[in-house]
Write a protein that binds this ligand. Structure first.
Ligand SMILES: Nc1nc2c(ncn2[C@@H]2O[C@H](COP(=O)(O)OP(=O)(O)OP(=O)(O)O)[C@@H](O)[C@H]2O)c(=O)[nH]1
Ligand SMILES: [Mg+2]
Length: 357
């Protein structure tokens, strides 16, 4: 899973990147616009339990990749939208983490996360409008030459344009953006997003909460937006500590969990993802999967051969496995089910695929 960290200049993107990845900043290779990349291994008690049980050669958690992307200026009125290079970095990410400055800084105006949220939204709307207008220009010409099959795309683009002209992000209209003809555009305003308030330590929880409430209202209750906050400076320190030290530090600040784990969990729920597990001697592994996908699709996530030669899936819920303590005992208790292609995978399912190629 890929998440892009975006925000206005100096909003604390790079500090947030460190807080969320625990990594040090990856310096630009040559071009200044190369984003820093950090990979987080998602901790999961189920994976730890299975690893203790199987003692496998290899344990593979879910990986989340964060990109520290610069380039949003908040200055969308100048007639320039985001550069192509930045867009190329943003397009492939599955969700955006939008960093909103909420710390005092001598070189900047008083912070206002809601103002900044709206500036960023305007810039993304403008960027999508430019994409649409370019494409409309192209296909209008082609349609004049008689290419009637473009009509559907043309109409959808117009509907999308109307929404954007009214200042509405496309995620508010899943019917448009999820249609076959529109998916390839990877519109920015269609991407799920976490609006992340980056608070200075001088800000009280009440001050922060006030802005979180306002932000939720600005987002208009759209299902693709979640709000959250962190003390990024502090969390960037915490992310570098050992788990024991981090826990102590967090409890001193009366926080139950570091931002690193929390934001990963949030993005899973934002993207409607669950985790299923495969377990054996060679490898114990956690796999992300969209909620509602079948056993056949899950097989395809692992390998196209397993999907092609799918015979059946042997499934046991993690909680049942833990309760009975072994595969044999779970099986004896009737907890290991034989499921077919159409079975809908549940979060925490331990799955063994039987296949034949
Ligand atoms: N007090 C305080 N300062 C912060 C916090 N987060 C970032 N800063 C400061 O804000 C400045 C900018 O932080 P960066 O993380 O570099 O911001 P950025 O968004 O990556 O900046 P660009 O990449 O230049 O756009 C630095 O001087 C940070 O120390 C915070 O949570 N609290
Ligand atoms: Mg930066």
């Amino acid at each position: 899973m890929k998440l892009g960290i975006v925000g206005l200049p100096g909003s604390g993107k790079t500090v947030v990147f460190k807080a969320l990845t625990g990594g040090v900043e990856v310096l630009d290779r040559k071009g200044r616009q190369e984003p820093g990349i950090g990979v987080v291994k998602v901790s999961d008690y189920r994976l730890d339990f299975l690893a203790k049980y199987h003692k496998p050669k290899k344990v593979t958690p879910v990986h989340v990749e964060y990109l520290d992307i610069s380039g949003i200026s908040g200055d969308s009125k100048s007639g320039h939208s985001l550069g192509d290079k930045i867009l190329a970095h943003i397009r492939p990410v599955e969700a955006l983490v939008v960093v909103l400055q909420f710390f005092e800084s001598p070189s900047m105006e008083a912070p206002d996360p809601v103002r900044d949220y709206n500036l960023i939204q305007d810039e993304m709307i403008l960027s999508d409008l430019v994409t649409i207008e370019k494409r409309l220009e192209r296909i209008s010409k082609d349609m004049q030459r008689g290419r009637k099959e473009l009509l559907e795309e043309h109409d959808l683009l117009h509907q999308a344009k109307d929404m954007l002209d009214q200042g509405s992000p496309l995620r508010l209209s899943p019917g448009i953006v999820q249609s076959e003809k529109m998916r390839g555009f990877a519109f920015l305003t269609a991407k799920p997003m976490i609006a992340l308030v980056n608070a200075g330590e001088e800000k009280s929880r009440e001050d922060i909460q006030e802005y979180l409430t306002k932000l939720s209202e600005s987002a208009g209750g759209a299902s693709g937006v979640m709000v959250d906050w962190l003390y990024a400076d502090t969390e960037a320190e915490i992310a570098r500590l050992s788990p024991e030290e981090a826990e102590e530090f967090l409890s001193e600040m009366s926080l139950d969990e570091g931002a690193k784990d929390r934001i990963v969990k949030k993005s899973f729920s934002l993207l409607n993802l669950i985790v299923f597990l495969t377990a054996g001697e060679p490898e114990v592994r956690a796999w992300p999967l969209s909620k509602g996908k079948t056993a056949l699709k899950a097989a395809g996530v692992i390998h196209s051969d397993i999907e092609r030669g799918f015979i059946r899936a042997e499934v046991v819920a993690f909680d049942d496995f833990r309760e009975y303590g072994s595969m044999a005992a779970a099986s004896k208790a009737g907890k290991v089910r034989l499921e077919g292609k159409e079975y809908v995978i549940q979060d925490g399912d331990i799955v063994l695929f039987r296949f034949n190629v």
